[in-house]
Structures are given as C-alpha cells and as structure tokens.
Design a protein around this ligand. Structure first.
Ligand code: C2E
Ligand code: MG
Ligand code: MG
Length: 520
C-alpha cells in the first residue's frame, strides 16, 4: 500500500519534470531568432532533450519492474518458509516449524517467567489404518484429528506433526497454571482416540502420550521434546493409556540401555559372551547328570554380568539369536569332550523360536562342534509357544527328529496349562525356582510342586526342579518324588574349566552336597 503511494508520487514528479522540460524546450526554440546556420545545433538540442525524456521514462519503467521483482521474490520466500515449516497434509507445523515457533514461544515465556510444557503423542498402529483403509482415509484421519486438536487447544498452543504418526504440542503456562497440564494432556488423548465416522466406517485409533515441562528460561526445545518423547515411549512400552510425565530415571535407563546395546555389539565381536554351567543332579543318587548352559557377559570394566541385564536388550535389538548361538557353540565344543552321559541343556528365547531357520542352525552347531544330538536338551518357556505354535511345532519336530530333547522351562509361571504341555512333545518339565525357594514356608508352593509332579508322572515326563538352595528344600522335593534338581545347593553356574574339574572330582567329593542324596 505504502509502496504504491510512493510509486504514484514518483510517477507524478517525473511527469511534471518531463512536461516542464518539453514546455521550456519549445519556448526556447520559439523565442530564438534563428538563422540558417543555427538550425542543426537546435535540432541536436532537441534530440538530446527527447533522449533525456526517453531515458527518464526507461528509468522509471525499470524502477517499476525491479520493484515488482523484489515483491515477487519476497512472496516466494514467504511461501518457501511456509512450505518448509508446515506439514502438507494437516497444515500443522512440521518438525522445523515446531522448533522455530516453540523456540519463539519459549523465548517469550522466559521473559514472562513462565514454564514451557511439551506434550508428545503418537497415533498407535497408524500404519494399520493406512494398510487396511488406504492412504486417502489415513490422510483424512490426520486432517480431522488436526482440526479437532486445534479447536480443543486453542490458538495459544503450537501443534505439530513431527513425522508420520508423531505429534507434539507446546504451551507456555504460568507456574500457577501448571495443574492444567494433566487436564490438557488428557484432552489431547481424548481428542485423538475418539471414534470418527467416515461415510460407512467408524475409525478409532489408540494413542500414547508423554509430558515434559520446565521453566522456559532454562529450557531448550530439542531437550524438552526429547524428554516428552522418552515419556511417550515409556507409556507405549508399558501400555499406559494415560499421559505419562517424564522423570530423570527414564533418561538414565535409556542411557544405560544404549550402553548395554553398544556393549552387546562390541561383546559379540570380541567373544565376551561365554557359557557358564550349572550342575543338574539326579535327586535319588546325587550324581551329576547334566549342566544347564547360562550365558554370562564378561565385561572388560564391570566383570561378570548376568543374562537378566543383557538378554532383554539383545532380544529387543534382534541379536539374541546370534548371542545364544555364540554361547551354545562354545558350550557344545567344550562339553563334547566330557563324560558322554552328561546332558547339556540350552535356553532358547521366544524370539529365537519365531525364526524358521532355528532348527537348521542348531543342527549345524552340532555338526561343527561334534556334540551328539542325543546329549542336547533345548529349554523353551511357555511364552515361546504363543506367538506361532505351528512354526514352533515345525522347529521342534525337526530338532526331535535329530534326537534332541525338549524341556518346558519355568513351568508354573505365566499361563501354565495342560494344553501347553500337550501342544508339544516335551521330554522334561522344569518347575520354576519361585516355587522351590519357599517350598517349606509356603503351603501353596509345595502343593503346586506336588500337583505338577503328579501330573508329569501321569504323562509320564520327568520333572526337574530349579532353585534348590538348601538341604531342607532339597529333602522336600525328593519326598515329593521329583527326579532331577538344580540350584545353589548343588553348585552355582560356573565357568567351563570349573565344571570340568567338578566332573573329574565328583567321585572323590563324598561330603559335598552333590553326593548328599547318597546319605539321605
Ligand atoms: P532359567 O533358564 O530359568 O535359568 C535359571 C536361572 O536361575 C539362572 O539365572 C540361574 O543362575 C538361576 N538359579 C539357579 N539356581 C538358583 C538358586 O538356587 N537360587 C536362585 N536364586 N537362582 C538360581 P540366570 O543365569 O540369571 O539366567 C536367567 C535366565 O536367562 C535363564 O532362566 C534363561 O531364561 C535366560 N538365559 C540364560 N542364558 C541364556 C542364553 O544363552 N540364551 C537365552 N536365550 N536365554 C538365556
Ligand atoms: Mg532354563
Ligand atoms: Mg528356568
């Protein structure tokens, strides 16, 4: 508007100037009493005057063009900024837009002494919506949710779609308004998860949300967003349907998790995962009949680390198969030279049992190490059987065809049921150690061990009792008729050389717990 007025003024001045020049020029020529010889000079002056006029007009035209060009460029730049900071589908801010606008909000809030709050949330299984109903419906859902969220949260909230199914909201709140945060986060979840009617179908999605907040003056957008994301992951992993607040423990756990993950990768490349051997004893004679192989991580700085720390992470990052096979390979190579009566039991995670090539890999390990198949026992837990029972059955059948035996580990925990026992041809049932630790103090524990023993005897399948820690529980499980046992009473998991020594010495150690059964 201003520039148009300025242009008009400049144009008016130029027109006046040109008219004055023309008027002055013609007056000048009219008033001069010119002779023949002065004619060309005057024509020259007249041409110069015309040229000047043309130049002025040309300059004006150029000025107008430049002005127009500058305006177009500014408009394009404005549009490029909008495109770079806006999500094309929803019209909400994208990640960059969120960083810019929330950054600005944070600066302003800091000056007012306010807090910055970020709520991260995710549309759970959004991919399934796209796969099931098509991308058009997925896009429509995103648009509808975005409009609903903007209406719900009002103009003060900065709402962004950060990636396909991830969103964030930034708000500045006075310290005395902080109790509103839970209410706002609940409203976000409610809005996202309410059923939507699209023509002939009702679509309802799940969502998990995380909240992080802090005084705006001490807050950086990338940090607060990361914290809200960590809290959201926490909600998702724990299947918590309400918004979860970030706390520092979550971040520490994440750092520890990532250190373990790095450590596992390093440990696998440098053979830091080794087998420990826990003796398994025939309860009536006290003879060692086998060993359970239990993985240990020999950490260069922290020393020996148990599987509870690294197995869940290895499962999560998809390295459990490689880790287990590395440990089993070492164990079989070692035990191949031991007394041929000694059985070796190895643990297989549910994730491994979902791998169609597992049987082939184990058979290859046997071939590589020269360990006889009929001395190997594979331990699986009941939870392994849920994911894909048919695949599990195929794997188990291939293994059993080779002569490998199958044990049901940790029986009594989880969904122990007869149908699981019948679903696969188990050769051993292992009663979980939680029933044995307090077998003499808790009546239910001894009742469960007795019931499992009776049921197993009717199948008939031998029972191995885990976690025998003292003579009392040992005597009780013997009385209940259990055949095999393991636990600290007989020996803790030990490195290979110690297990080898134990086997050599077993006849000489008459006063040791392993032989206590003989003196029963
Ligand atoms: P699990 O197969 O049930 O192994 C028995 C666990 O009980 C072992 O813990 C063992 O050290 C512990 N234990 C044995 N006797 C006693 C006792 O008298 N008292 C007490 N309190 N505990 C006893 P660990 O070595 O920590 O192993 C934990 C779990 O990790 C194992 O449970 C097994 O499921 C898994 N695991 C171990 N090694 C491997 C492996 O190489 N691959 C896979 N996939 N899983 C493994
Ligand atoms: Mg086991
Ligand atoms: Mg067990």
């Amino acid at each position: 508007m201003l520039s148009a007025r300025r242009d008009a003024i400049v144009l008016a001045i130029l027109i006046v100037a040109v008219m004055l020049l023309i008027w002055n020029g013609s007056a000048f020529f009219h008033n001069l009493p010119l002779g023949e010889e002065q004619g060309p000079g005057i024509r020259l002056a007249s041409t110069a005057l015309t040229l000047n006029v043309a130049l002025i007009l040309f300059g004006w035209r150029r000025y107008v063009d430049l002005q127009h060009e500058a305006e177009m460029r500014a408009e394009h730049e404005r549009r490029a900024v909008v495109l770079a900071t806006t999500d094309a589908i929803t019209g909400l801010f994208n990640r960059k837009g969120f960083a810019d606008r929330a950054g600005q909000l944070c600066t302003d809030a800091a000056q007012r002494g306010e807090n910055l709050v970020v709520i991260s949330f995710q549309i759970h299984r959004f991919k399934v919506i796209n796969d099931q109903h098509g991308y058009e419906t997925g896009d429509r859902l995103l648009k509808t949710l975005s409009v609903a969220l903007s209406d719900e949260l009002g103009p003060d909230a900065i709402i962004a779609r950060l990636s396909g199914d991830e969103f964030a909201v930034a708000l500045a709140l006075r310290p005395d308004e902080m109790e509103r945060v839970d209410e706002l986060a609940d409203a976000v979840l409610r809005t996202v998860t309410r059923p939507l009617l699209f023509e002939d179908k009702i679509i309802q999605v799940g969502s998990f949300a995380g909240i992080a907040s802090g005084p705006a003056a001490e807050t950086r957008i990338p940090d607060i967003l990361r914290r809200a994301d960590i809290a959201m992951d926490h909600a998702r992993n724990g299947r918590v349907a309400r918004p979860v607040w970030f706390d520092a423990g979550m971040e520490r756990a994440l750092v520890a998790h990532s250190e373990i993950e790095q450590g596992i990768r390093f440990g696998l490349d440098h053979d830091l995962f080794v087998p420990y051997f826990e003796p398994q004893v025939a309860l009536d004679t006290g003879e060692i009949v086998g060993f359970e192989v239990l993985a240990r991580w020999i950490h260069p700085l922290s020393g020996e680390i148990g599987p509870d720390v690294f197995i869940p992470v290895a499962e999560e990052i998809g390295l459990i198969g490689r880790l287990s096979e590395q440990v089993i390979g070492q164990a079989l190579r070692e035990a191949a030279t031991w007394d041929p009566k000694i059985k070796i039991s190895v643990n297989i995670s549910p994730m491994q049992l979902a791998d169609g090539w597992l049987a082939q890999r184990i058979i290859k390990l046997l071939a590589d190490t020269g360990f006889p198949a009929n001395r190997l026992v594979i331990e699986v837990t009941e939870s392994s059987l849920f994911a894909d029972i048919e695949l599990a059955r195929t794997i188990v059948t291939s293994l059993k065809n080779q002569g490998i035996r199958l044990a049901l580990d940790d029986f009594g925990t989880g969904f122990s049921s007869l149908s699981h026992l019948r679903s696969l041809p188990f050769d051993i049932i292992k009663i979980d150690r939680s029933f044995v630790t307090n077998i003499n103090t808790k009546r239910e524990s001894s009742a469960i061990v007795r019931a499992v023993q009776t049921m197993a005897a009717s199948l008939p399948v031998p029972v191995c009792v885990e976690g025998i820690e003292n003579e009392d529980s040992y005597k009780t499980v013997v009385r209940l008729g259990c055949e095999i046992g393991q636990g600290w009473y007989f020996g803790k998991p030990m490195p290979a050389e110690q297990a080898r020594e134990l086997l050599k010495d077993r006849v000489r150690t008459a006063d040791q717990p392993l032989r206590n059964a003989a003196s029963r």
